[in-house]
Design a binder for this molecule. Sequence first.
Ligand code: GDP
Length: 453
Amino acid sequence: MYDTIAAVSSSGGPIGLIRVSGEHAIAAVEAVFRAKNGKPLSAAPSQKLVYGTLHDKNNNMIDSCFAVCMRAPHTYTGEDMAELQCHGSTALLTQALEALFAQGVRQAEAGEFTRRAFLNGKMDLAGAEAVHDLITARTAEAAQNAAAQVMGAVGSPVREIREELLGMVAHFHAIVDFPDEDIDPILFDDAAALLHRTTTRLYGMAESYERGRILREGVPCVILGRPNAGKSTLLNTLLGRERAIVTPIPGTTRDLIEENVKVGSILLRVSDTAGLRDTTDPVEQVGIDRALAQASASSLILAVFDGSQTLGDEDMLVLARAAGQRAVAIVNKSDLAQQLDIDRIKHHFEHVVYLSAKTGEGLDELLHLIPNLVGLTDGAYDGALITNARQAAALARAAERCEAALYAAQSGMTPDAVVMDAEGAIAALGEITGETVTEAVVTRIFSDFCVGK
Ligand code: GDP
């Protein structure tokens, strides 16, 4: 049993939600709330909104509001909970919290409600982590994936695999404990079949992280090109508004301009950069250095060339920087007479798109290509994509240990070799659901949460 905690759980809207959880949650809210119907709050049925007024410790009215009590164990945290729906001003909500603190309630720490939900068995650790992803999701698709994971899209299959491995290990333990008895070869065959299936499945889940991370964090992408190639115009066209300054004067964009653009189901975190060229202007040089550094840190380069010009020395800087990275050559200004040596561009780039950033012609092709390039085109965000580095690492470890156990089972090694590796896999899977995770890891996970969740 934990102490009673409270926090503001809404963020800045006209309605403010205060959430209270713990043994004294209902009593504490009852002490600061007068129901209009004159009945004590604790007499109200669970989950029924009650209208009334909120009071400070001197009985001054703070607000008119709704209160609701929710009784354990059917609550988010698994404890008794109560909530107040007040008006949303920070001053008012602070007063309301102080009134609760006067009743012996304390301020909740970051993620403490969800941590309690996990500790009280209301959700597994993978589900709890997905709550954070859900709150911080930047696209509808990322939110959809996270919502499915809150409901167990990662925890359920991991638990299922873990149970299967536990069953297999139990069989092998029987042999390890009675070494004189003959070993049924079917046992090894069955174990090998299970381990083979499981290894494939676990590697598949671990590998989905590459795409899952893109879904959650977006794709860092840089627009590179010589001055006047049309980089800022391209950014503006992608954004559908004037963000970057577009002029015919080379060297206008001197620093990075960063914007988020939704392309299909992915978030492109685009940086427009200073045009690459040799310059004696120290300020412009700083911008160019930043552009080059940003290109190295990006997962995708949009290399813009002016199709109406021949290739120049400045374009060579772009070709050199894009080499070896995931990149698209954009031959811009397709609305003008073309002079660019396309064969040389094609020699350096696997993907070439012809467009006019000015008229928007050809843009659809680019928008179609980008999700394909980063491997995020399917429409089903059912939680199957792993979006969490910790989970991905544990899945990869579990897969490796399963593979080692498979090798042991197939090559006629002693049963305890199979058991040792399978138990390693079981422990790694337990880190995902939370069965075998350390207190320090749990603390770190929930410290990333916001207060009030
Ligand atoms: P940046 O220096 O690479 O950012 O280039 P800007 O986006 O500032 O564009 C430089 C000049 O090229 C401006 O006058 C733009 O209007 C013009 N421009 C950009 N894209 C196109 C295009 O697709 N067609 C034509 N005709 N002009 C363009």
